[in-house]
Write a protein that binds this ligand. Structure first.
Ligand code: ADP
Ligand code: ADP
Length: 233
């Protein structure tokens, strides 16, 4: 579902590439944890999958990134909205509307989805993420875990096959982190969505992962395996 072939990224003025020679395959319907110390290229790798790199950063992308067979370099991210949805590190900073319901509808509105499909998908997503009772709430009054779920919901309404998330639980307390992880696990198991999630604090999330990709840094290739295998490295 996600395939990287000899992927490298170099940012302008950087002495060394942020990623180099990465080959990786993540099958459909898995929850994959992208791990590794700070600065080893986790956000950059997610960016190549979502198309943020090279479309919205100054970075130069080498090699090829295919998501559901589509090359992320040759499409604008919004043209891949039904293939890959992406939630960044501080999603609340990117909210564009005032209430939970409006925020869930916004992404579809900008893609021109017909109103009756929009209404159905907002309802379905409110239910899926346990947000139905919060639908009219101003976004600023939500807890961190609730905000993270709204951010996830706002990309899920277009039914992406792949969801990428950058540190979705690192700013959350343990209970809120569990809420979010339970939602991600349900997406994978019930809908067959492929989830790729970066975290640098592993202890909380590794039990939810089907696979771990560890970026060791210093130009070393990623280590890929089942959680227990990789954690033993
Ligand atoms: P991680 O997510 O593992 O912390 P990043 O992908 O954020 O790693 O960063 C990898 C390297 O690329 C770091 O050296 C970082 O400083 C650099 N970097 C990340 N984003 C940019 C950018 N937009 N411009 C220049 N350098 C960047
Ligand atoms: P449409 O709006 O295209 O008629 P529906 O909203 O009725 O589609 O949903 C179609 C199918 O997609 C349903 O079987 C539903 O379970 C499934 N589905 C719901 N949410 C998601 C999601 N986030 N990603 C993928 N499939 C989903």
């Amino acid at each position: 579902m996600i395939r990287l072939e000899q992927v490298g990224v170099t940012y302008p003025d950087a002495a060394e590439p942020a990623l180099a020679g990465v080959d990786l395959h993540i099958p459909e319907g898995e929850l994959c944890l992208l791990a590794g110390p700070s600065g080893t290229g986790k956000s950059t790798l997610l960016g190549t999958v979502s198309g943020l790199v090279p479309h919205f950063t100054g970075g130069t992308l080498h090699g090829r990134v295919l998501v559901d067979g589509r090359d992320t370099r040759s499409h604008r991210p919004r043209d891949l909205a039904d293939v890959v949805g992406s939630v960044g590190q501080d999603p609340a900073a990117h909210f564009v509307t005032d209430t939970v319901e409006d925020e869930l509808a916004y992404g579809m509105e900008s893609l021109g989805t017909p109103p009756e499909v929009m209404r159905r998908r907002v309802e379905e997503t409110l239910d899926l993420l346990g947000l139905a009772e919060l639908r009219d709430r101003p976004l600023g009054t939500l807890s961190g875990g609730q905000q993270q779920r709204v951010a996830i919901g706002s990309v899920l309404t277009v039914h992406p096959r792949v969801l990428v998330l950058d540190e979705p639980t690192s700013a959350l307390d343990p209970a809120a982190a569990e809420e979010v992880l339970a939602v991600l696990q349900r997406l994978v198991h019930d809908l067959g969505t492929t989830v790729l999630m970066a975290e640098h604090r592993l202890e909380r999330v590794v039990q939810y992962a089907d696979r771990v990709v560890l970026l060791p840094g210093r130009g070393q290739p990623p280590v890929v395996g089942e959680p227990a295998e990789v954690m033993a490295v």
